[in-house]
Design a protein around this ligand. Structure first.
Ligand SMILES: C[S@@+](CC[C@H](N)C(=O)[O-])C[C@H]1O[C@@H](n2cnc3c(N)ncnc32)[C@H](O)[C@@H]1O
Length: 240
């Protein structure tokens, strides 16, 4: 995690221009993340943005849900500094510097979102633990959606995905930089899991109405809702 933190501390100032060169359809992906939020735009909803970076997701959310109260969490102080600057005109945003796997969360969020951050967790177990923590942090009817880098379901598809990604970067950056910086960084710092496995884990944890709302090769936006259905029996209510 130290490596990831240092990477983003160093990159914070140029992150916004760089990310457009590195991630295909980045803006469309963020827009699709905000489209998943099933609340009235004037409602005061409580939102958690995990790995907020320079605040691009929170900004898009605030534009659509001006009354929302957002908590932005990130490991890297410099990313949080950039987010604070970008979001300085908006109220009701709090910032927390720290590792989202270790921080305590409230348990009444309407929405938890994340973009390009959770794949930095090294193991499947760490990812599953975080997904459970996210589930517990949502109120009933709350939603979680993640925009992230995912692994193809077999070796062939993984190769196709990486080729597609490499070709995208080569349109924007010199070959040396792609081959000597971005691809090695990816193999050292990124630990994506397969989309299908992650949907299974989310389902096992209890998320309902799981869906993949957007996908482009190794980029995907997916998630679901926390919904505990009440069934009335003769004398009491049970939860299923
Ligand atoms: C690629 S950036 C994405 C930033 C932003 N979500 C976006 O899409 O523009 C990933 C961010 O996640 C943060 N991050 C990665 N692992 C984290 C962790 N365990 N706890 C908190 N933040 C983390 C990094 O510091 C970095 O700012």
């Amino acid at each position: 995690m130290e490596k990831v933190k240092n990477h983003f501390e160093e990159e914070a100032k140029e992150f916004d221009s760089l990310i457009l060169k590195l991630i295909p359809y980045y803006e469309e992906m963020i827009t699709s993340l905000t489209l998943t939020i099933p609340f009235n735009t004037q409602e005061t909803i409580k939102i958690l943005d995990l790995g907020c970076g320079t605040g691009n997701v929170s900004k898009a959310v605030k534009e659509k849900f001006p009354q929302s109260k957002i908590t932005c969490v990130d490991l890297a102080e410099n990313m949080i500094y950039m987010a604070r600057t970008k979001l300085s005109n908006y109220s009701d945003i709090e910032y927390k510097i720290g590792n989202f796997s270790k921080l305590d969360f409230d348990n009444d969020y309407h929405v938890i979102v994340s973009s390009l951050a959770l794949h930095h967790l090294k193991t499947d177990e760490e990812k599953k633990r975080l997904y459970s923590k996210i589930y517990d942090a949502l109120r009933d009817g709350g939603v979680f959606y993640n925009a992230d880098t995912v692994l193809g379901s077999n070796t062939y598809l993984r190769k196709v995905n990486v080729e597609k990604w490499k070709n995208y970067m080569l349109k924007n950056l010199p070959m040396d930089e792609v081959e000597q910086k971005w691809l090695p960084t990816h193999y050292e710092e990124d630990f994506p899991a397969s989309l299908m496995d992650q949907l299974d884990w989310l389902s096992q944890i209890g998320f309902k109405e799981l869906d993949v709302v957007w996908k482009y090769y190794q980029g995907a936006v997916y998630g679901g809702i926390k919904k505990t259905v009440s069934v009335k029996t003769r004398s009491n209510k049970i939860r299923i």
